[in-house]
Design a protein around this ligand. Structure first.
Ligand SMILES: Cc1ncc(COP(=O)(O)O)c(C=O)c1O
Length: 382
């Protein structure tokens, strides 16, 4: 099998597996004051320090959650509840579905939402951002660090300066930036969402980083865990795995090699095929992602053919695969439904060598030529 879907999830690292196995021996409730509980709490706090060190924030800023989706929901709902009536939110149309699907709830509570448009390359305009900040005066701006489908990076440091100038709080979904970008790029946002399973940690663990002084109302009640910011007995095993994965990323994160492999893959396809476009190729992108449109080929046909070869890729985000609806990200970039359904995402990771990407490129080129030949035969026999 060749795995090229690392933006959907990553395999569990050996370190994370060991960290979780150790945590399984500790069954005390971290809120208990006796020795058994204290041991579990110690483990959580070790992980808190490791995650904080990876991102470069204070351990007190780390609120463990069940993953990136919950962190995103907590950032949006927690701020909306803290502001109350008249809450104004500015976001984009290419955010992860955990942001997109929280928006109707905020509107139901009386909040107002505005969208900052993106261009066909998936990039925002800072000029437009400043104009909307001035006229709309949002309490919260939520713009992602790196897009999960295209890999396009938003200029978070510049966005932060504008938000601070206009008195808006900035939340960034950094789930796809963690481990792939220098954290200095997104760590200064007021609220930052991250997830363990994108950095070779377990699924079901993540965090919202909440900077000191940022007002947030908890959306989980009944316990004072995470300094009352997220009630409920902690997922000790998941958090232990997250901490171990974070320690490994801190030591080694071969982003240059990844970018080399990704670029090589794109060059091979561009040389070997006509009628392809690489989304966001003129924009800064995370080093592992290629979103490619193969004109006149339905992505599910190509995906099926690659799957039979043992190659795992996806059409858009994992959350939308399996459904036939086109990706809201690509629609937000101005693609027609047909165009959006012709895009395939290749996302590379630890196991992706130059040989791997060459093998995948070879297979993709062969399938695309075969499917196009079959399609034109069908057309001519009509
Ligand atoms: C950009 C982005 N945000 C949020 C999430 C959700 O994270 P989780 O799967 O941990 O809920 C994902 C996962 O695909 C993502 O890519």
């Amino acid at each position: 099998m060749i795995y090229a879907d690392y933006n959907a999830t990553t395999p569990l690292s050996e370190g994370a597996r060991k960290g979780m196995a150790q945590a399984m021996e500790l069954w005390g409730n971290p809120s208990s004051s006796h020795k058994s509980g204290r041991k579990s709490l110690e483990l959580i706090n070790n992980s808190r320090e490791s995650v904080a060190a990876l991102v470069g924030v204070s351990p007190n800023d780390v609120v463990f959650t069940s993953g990136g989706s919950e962190a995103n929901t907590l950032a949006l709902m927690g701020t909306a509840l803290a502001v109350g009536e008249g809450f104004r939110l500015l976001t984009s149309q290419v955010e992860h579905s955990s942001i997109k699907d929280t928006l109707p709830v905020i509107e139901k509570l009386g909040g107002t939402i505005k969208y900052l448009p993106v261009n066909p390359e998936g990039q925002i305009s800072l000029l437009e951002l400043e104009q909307i900040l001035e006229s709309f005066k949002p309490h919260l701006v939520s713009l992602m660090t790196a897009n999960n489908e295209t890999g396009v990076i938003f200029p978070i440091p510049k966005i932060l300066s504008l938000c601070e100038k206009h008195g808006s709080v900035l939340h960034t979904d950094a789930v796809q930036g963690l481990g792939k970008l220098n954290p200095s790029f997104y760590q200064s946002a007021h609220l930052v969402s991250i997830s363990a399973h994108k950095i070779y940690g377990p699924k079901g663990a993540g965090a919202l980083l909440v900077k000191k002084g940022i007002k947030l109302v908890s959306t989980h009640y009944g316990g004072s865990q995470e300094i009352k910011r997220r009630g409920g007995t902690e997922n000790v095993i998941g958090i232990a795995g997250f901490g171990a994965a974070a320690r490994e990323v801190l030591v080694s994160s071969p982003t240059q090699e990844l970018q080399g492999a990704r670029d090589h893959f794109e060059q091979l396809l561009a040389r070997g095929l006509d009628g392809i476009t690489i989304q966001g190729s003129k924009q800064p992108r995370i080093p592992n992602t290629s979103n490619i449109r193969f004109n006149d080929i339905a992505s599910e046909v190509l995906l099926g053919a690659l799957d039979l070869d043992g190659i795992c890729v996806s059409a858009g985000s994992a959350c939308s695969s399996g459904s036939i609806s086109p990706s809201h990200v690509l629609l937000g970039m101005g693609f027609s439904e047909k165009e959006a359904k012709e895009c395939v995402r290749f996302s590379w990771g630890k196991s992706s060598s130059l040989n791997t990407v060459e093998e995948v490129a070879q297979k993709v080129i062969a399938h695309v030529n075969r499917i196009r030949a079959r399609n034109s035969l069908k057309e001519s026999s009509k």
